[in-house]
Design a protein around this ligand. Structure first.
Ligand SMILES: *Cc1c(COP(=O)(O)O)cnc(C)c1O
Length: 410
């Protein structure tokens, strides 16, 4: 048996479980958001993207592009090495001070992605706090799960957003044991939001450290875009906030913000931070410009929320099964892997609408869905086109629409 035959077996297994991922090759065009050219077809038709995590279109914002172009001319392309070996990059230091200010923390540390930030930070925190237990929400992202595993610490999973279950687990631990609660603010697949205040109450009562992933909330919630903890007035109570620069901020990279000793300890102990080339200066400058812009400007957040509400309402009025969620994420339930893929294919081929199917293992089997993310640029005409395309697709595939809702509207 050759090595390639073994790899082929692994691929075949994915295919037999309907987990094989097909990528759509898109060319996004600055100035034309949310349109893109679909290079998966030879004629490269223009499509409308309805599933981008560039939630506000900041990836093409003139302020961000201007800062990146200027930084590229001034500093060149790459960082030239790791922060330790090749000199700490001035634009990254500015970025970190901006992030600390955004979250009202002593300090922040930038990583090459949000995944690396979560993995490196949790692995290091869990290792440094000897004998600790990490209490992890059941729906936590793969990057947190990886970090917890790499820490070698004991892990206990609490039912998703269930503060009573979390309390029972905390109560069962010896009072003097070190404890970490790891959770997210906005959960990106169901679009629901954690009870941050209640979790902070428990953390204080049981002496736990809180680690909050605000990846799907930074830029989008709170008066300055610091996230749901800022919106809920709980930011100062959260010990570590992790975020990404690649979603609402529209660029790339990840970070954590927290107390000086915690950040300094991770800076000195996390191999995922130390032994890798730093972010390019232009990326750091673009991210800083994006954060600064969204700290001062509420227009994008207001328009985003207004578009989300308009889109949800239009989908519901057509009897389409939108999951009830309070965030900006609009999950449309299909509940079958093959039909979910078929719906996505049909939307792309017939209607030139791109919405990636979300299947197992990203979501549990039987909860397959289309995950729709309206942006400030999805106007009424685009919403109307989306609804009619979905109605055609739902009816063609024999997917149920919610008749009770339809009847009530008639
Ligand atoms: C996307 C995501 C990450 C990783 O962030 P990247 O910057 O894309 O690596 C971390 N946590 C959650 C919840 C995410 O959805």
């Amino acid at each position: 048996m050759t090595y390639d035959a073994l790899f082929q077996q692994a691929i075949d297994q994915l295919k037999s479980e309907r987990r094989y991922r097909v990528f759509t090759e898109l060319e996004r065009r600055a100035g034309n958001f949310p349109r893109a050219l679909n290079h998966s077809r030879a004629d490269a038709p223009e499509v409308t993207v309805w599933c981008s995590n560039d939630y506000l279109g900041m990836g093409q914002h003139p302020v961000v592009l201007g800062a990146m172009k200027a930084a590229l001319e001034r500093y060149g392309a790459g960082a030239g090495g790791t922060r330790n070996i090749s000199g700490n990059s001035h634009p990254i230091a500015i970025l970190e001070r901006t992030l600390a200010e955004l979250h009202g923390k002593d300090a922040a540390l930038a990583f090459t992605s949000g995944f690396v930030a979560n993995d490196a930070a949790l692995a290091t925190i869990g290792r440094l706090l000897k004998g600790c237990v990490i209490l992890s929400d059941a729906d936590n992202h793969a990057s947190m799960i990886a970090g917890i595993r790499h820490s070698g610490a004991e892990k206990k999973i609490f039912r998703h957003n269930d503060v009573e279950h979390l309390e029972s687990l905390l109560k069962a631990e010896p009072a003097n044991r070190l404890k970490i609660i790891a959770f997210e603010s906005v959960y990106s697949m169901d679009g629901d939001i954690a009870p941050i205040t209640e979790i902070c109450d428990l953390a204080e009562r049981y002496g736990a450290l809180t680690f909050l992933d605000e990846v799907h909330a930074v830029g989008l919630y709170g008066a300055r875009g610091a996230g749901v903890a800022e919106r809920d007035g709980a930011m100062a109570r959260v010990d570590v906030i992790s975020g990404t620069l690649g979603k609402a901020f529209g660029v790339m990279g990840g970070y954590i913000a927290g107390s000086s000793p915690l950040i300094d300890a991770i800076r000195g102990h996390a191999s995922g931070f130390i032994f890798t080339t730093a972010l390019p200066p232009a990326v750091a400058a673009g991210a800083t410009a994006s954060i600064r812009h969204l700290m001062a400007s509420q227009v994008e957040r207001d328009r985003h929320q207004e578009r989300v509400i308009a889109c949800k309402r239009a989908l519901r009025e057509a009897g389409l099964p939108v999951l009830n969620a309070t965030s900006h994420i609009v999950p449309l339930m299909v509940r079958d892997a093959a039909l979910c893929k078929a719906a996505s294919d049909r939307l792309l081929e017939r209607h030139r609408i791109y919405i990636q199917p979300i299947n197992y293992p990203t979501v549990p089997k039987g909860s397959e869905r289309l995950r729709i993310t309206p942006s400030p640029f999805h106007d009424d005409a685009l919403v109307a086109a989306l609804v009619s395309a979905l109605v055609e697709t739902w009816d063609a595939l024999g997917l149920p629409r919610e008749k009770a809702l339809l009847a009530r509207l008639k």
